[in-house]
Design a protein around this ligand. Structure first.
Ligand SMILES: [Zn+2]
Length: 489
């Protein structure tokens, strides 16, 4: 068997004003055929696993281009077209293949393209013809489209948020597609539009139980795979929604039925799944009532959702209260980092911090800071234990508040985003992180409390108010019961 694999991965916040161009993909990761040689990087981790599995099965592996960028606004048109065309060129050059595997996000949009994955998958299908098996692994924040479903034999989304299961899902997709290529199974996909737009944290009930429920159905009675695509809310595209899809072995009716059944289950408890958060003042009150470390998630300024990561709302509230023993990170402020580098460790000077990217970032804050540490190549441990660079970074301190500034826009995944530059979290009362949920995987163990803070940032979790222009308003929570199934539990 011959396997071709490639990757094109970014999440597009169509409301964000940060364009994703060549620099974003160079910074996020790019390789023309060698990404799998670096399995400890976000770019290489899944491709390396597919290569390992395929080679163990005696397959010939042909690797195409791989590119990823930090979530941002729409990808610049010629950049998307060039990356897509590189993958297609590599696919054509590979000659006949039995199986094509893609590592995609599922909510990538470019200028002129609302559905990059649908466009890429359709083009790949045109290259390989109807017989080759095409599979794609997707982030669960995918807006799955008809074009994607029509062109792929199998789509498998992560089940966990935080996304700790990329490799596990990748192994399942590989096995499913290999079995299909060998004629052992015939994948049939049934899909159901839940008409809900929200975020679902799988660390909490009832979502924890729903993940286990989906998994219990797989691998028996002809059910090959079950996915819940949560959708990516900040996408002004026609396909933005949450969807359940089920892949069975050659049983379309069963796939359709089960997709509807599962969608109605999660729909029935929708009110219980609303992601809770507190406003800044209430969040600080609760944090101060803790004996141990309180972790504040600045959910609306998560660069992992395309936000700037330089908002100052929490910083400002801490300063206004005169709080000490607070750590905040990571604010994306390359200009401030450069000034700290110039001033040197130990310098004390006036510095304008954050609030630079637009109204969603709040106002810049003027501080007299002491530069505590500088790192030219700061990094943290990302999901899947990957090495995740933060670029040149500085630890500054002002009035008992420690701030980590970075030059590479990246959400906080792990405590080492602070500790490896010198901030000792054990002696802090509060740590505020720029992340919506991924931080949870590594911070839960050291936190006495995890508090989600509804700041007014770029991806504020007010789903009913997102100003869509390309889809109708028939979705929960804008409507209480868009499927007309009766009131929620
Ligand atoms: Zn995601």
């Amino acid at each position: 068997m011959r396997l071709f694999m490639a990757m094109l991965y970014t999440e597009t916040n169509t409301f964000a004003d940060i364009p994703a161009g060549w620099a974003a993909f160079r910074e996020g990761g790019y390789s023309r055929g060698e990404a799998s040689a670096a399995p400890d990087t976000p770019l290489g981790v899944l491709l390396a696993e597919w290569r390992r599995l395929a080679e163990a099965d005696g397959c010939t592996v042909i690797e195409g281009a791989a590119a990823m960028a930090q979530p941002a606004g729409r990808t610049v048109r010629p950049v998307y077209e060039a990356l897509r065309d590189q993958i297609l060129e590599d696919l054509r050059a590979a000659g006949p293949v039995d199986m094509v595997l893609f590592n995609l996000h599922g909510s990538m949009a470019a200028e002129g393209y609302d559905d990059c994955e649908g466009d890429l998958l359709a083009a790949a299908r045109a290259v390989v013809g109807p017989k080759a098996i095409i599979g794609a692994e997707l982030d669960l924040h995918c807006n799955v489209s008809e074009a994607m479903l029509a062109s792929a034999d199998a789509l498998v989304a992560y089940k966990e948020y935080p996304h700790v299961d990329e490799l596990e899902r990748g192994r399942e997709l590989y096995a499913l597609c290999r079995d299909a290529a060998l004629g052992r199974v015939r994948p049939r996909t049934g899909v159901f539009d839940c008409r809900m737009i929200s975020l679902w944290r799988t660390t909490e009930e009832p979502m924890r139980g729903f993940v286990r429920r989906m998994q219990a159905l797989e691998g028996r009675d002809g059910v090959l795979s079950v996915s819940f695509g949560h959708g990516f809310p900040w996408s002004d595209v026609a396909d933005v929604t949450s969807r359940i899809w089920v892949i069975t072995d050659d049983d379309q009716d069963k796939a359709d039925r089960l997709a509807r059944e599962l969608a109605e289950e999660i729909y029935a408890v929708r009110e219980q799944t609303r992601p809770w958060s507190l406003d800044v003042e209430a969040a600080l009150d609760r944090a101060l009532a803790c004996d141990g470390l309180a972790v504040l998630a600045d959910v609306a300024d998560n660069p992992g959702g395309g936000a700037a990561s330089d908002s100052t709302f929490i910083l400002k509230a801490c300063l206004d209260r005169g709080l000490r023993d607070v750590a905040i990170g990571c604010l994306w402020d390359p200009q401030a980092v450069a000034l700290c580098q110039e001033a040197g460790v130990g310098a004390r000077f006036n510095l304008r911090v954050g609030g630079k990217m637009g109204p969603a970032s709040g106002s810049p804050v003027d501080l007299t800071v002491t530069v505590r540490a500088i790192q030219a190549d700061h990094a943290q441990t990302g999901l899947g234990d990957t090495h995740t660079p933060m670029g040149p970074s500085a630890w500054i301190e002002a009035d008992g508040i420690d701030i980590v500034l970075n030059s590479r826009r990246e959400q906080v995944f792990s405590p080492d985003a602070f500790t490896s530059i010198g901030v000792d979290l054990a002696s802090r009362r509060i740590v505020a992180v720029k992340s919506t949920q991924h931080f949870h995987a590594a911070f839960a163990d050291i936190a006495e409390a995890v508090i989600y803070v509804a700041t007014p940032g770029a991806i504020a979790p007010d789903f009913a108010a997102i100003p869509y222009t390309k889809r109708d308003g028939v979705f929960w929570p804008r409507q209480p019961d868009p499927l007309r199934l009766g009131p929620a539990a």
